[in-house]
Design a binder for this molecule. Structure first.
Ligand SMILES: [Zn+2]
Length: 298
């Protein structure tokens, strides 16, 4: 005979229990794209919108991790910058996007189809020491290249400011020299990875966006140089300055003077050279001004 208490337990275990509600589905993600163009040297802004808050977003493209950031307090809108490096071959490239949420993970993707662009060649005459540097300068040139690589490898982990508004560093016109293949004194050298602004010597150069100064001194090729870390893997390099007016560690707001236009390093005359690096790629700074200029709202 089964004791009464035990029998009652068996009956309770067999009674139908109410069905738990089904778990909420993971958020669905939508991706929209903004870009001036999709050829090498362009900057692409992807906006990821979710129907529920996301606690984290990870993304990668061109074999590199990207740096998404939350663009809304609710965590439902995220943005990520994708640089198409100057050396990327035309064709389709996948962007993978993974998100975490209280309802579980969600994934989506996007395809960037890089279109070809023919860059012009420009022929310049400069001091021969900047085309074939003398032996005594080789160690310095190597050390400076390694120092810059170390800076790129250790960007600010938190965004200096999620307010990615860019304003021109000088009030003068830029030529369209980004990506041109340079021939110095008849010898081909690397592609021109920045924009040149035709500013007279002595023009103040201002920070195009908030940032932290990570280098401010004379380098062999770029002369008086200031490097700003804008966070999110975005760096500005200003070259050929006659004077630098900041030191490493300085936090600068957009519009702060960081130096003066000059003609130092490998130049044919006074101008401002601005290189913009986004996640290890070289993109045209003029694309950032167009996408993130004052008034532009990606
Ligand atoms: Zn230049």
């Amino acid at each position: 005979m089964i004791p009464l208490v035990f029998a009652a337990l068996i009956i309770a275990a067999c009674a139908p229990s109410p069905q738990p509600p089904p778990p909420p589905p993971p958020p669905s993600l939508a991706v929209s794209v903004q870009a001036r163009g999709l050829h090498p040297g362009e900057l692409v802004v992807l906006t990821v919108t979710a129907d529920a808050p996301l606690s984290a977003v990870r993304a990668s493209a061109f074999g590199r991790p990207l740096n998404p950031w939350a663009a809304s307090d609710a965590g439902t809108v995220w943005r990520v910058l994708v640089g198409i490096d100057l050396d990327v071959a035309p064709g389709p490239y996948a962007v993978t996007i993974e998100a975490d949420s209280a309802n579980g993970p969600a994934t989506t993707g996007h395809e960037i189809v890089v279109t070809p662009k023919a860059f012009a060649t420009r022929r310049l005459r400069v001091n021969p020491d900047f085309v074939n540097p003398p032996e005594r300068e080789q160690a310095r040139i190597r050390a400076e290249a390694q120092e810059l690589e170390r800076l790129w490898a250790a960007p600010a982990t938190a965004p200096v400011s999620v307010d990615l508004v860019f304003e021109p560093p000088v009030p003068h016109r830029a030529n369209s020299a980004f990506g041109t293949r340079s021939v110095f004194n008849g010898e081909p050298r690397g592609a021109h990875g920045g924009a040149d602004f035709l500013s007279p010597a002595g023009t103040p150069v201002t920070a195009p966006a908030h940032g932290t100064v990570v280098l401010a001194r004379d380098l062999y090729y770029t002369g008086g140089t200031v490097v700003l870390d804008h966070g999110l893997g975005v760096f500005s390099i200003f070259a050929h300055l006659s004077k630098t007016s900041v030191v490493p560690g300085d936090a600068v707001a957009r519009g702060t003077t960081v130096g003066l236009v000059g003609a130092t390093g490998r130049v044919t005359g006074a101008h401002l050279h601005w290189t913009l690096r986004v996640g290890g790629t070289r993109v045209d700074p003029l694309a950032a001004l167009e996408l993130f200029g004052e008034g532009a709202q990606p």
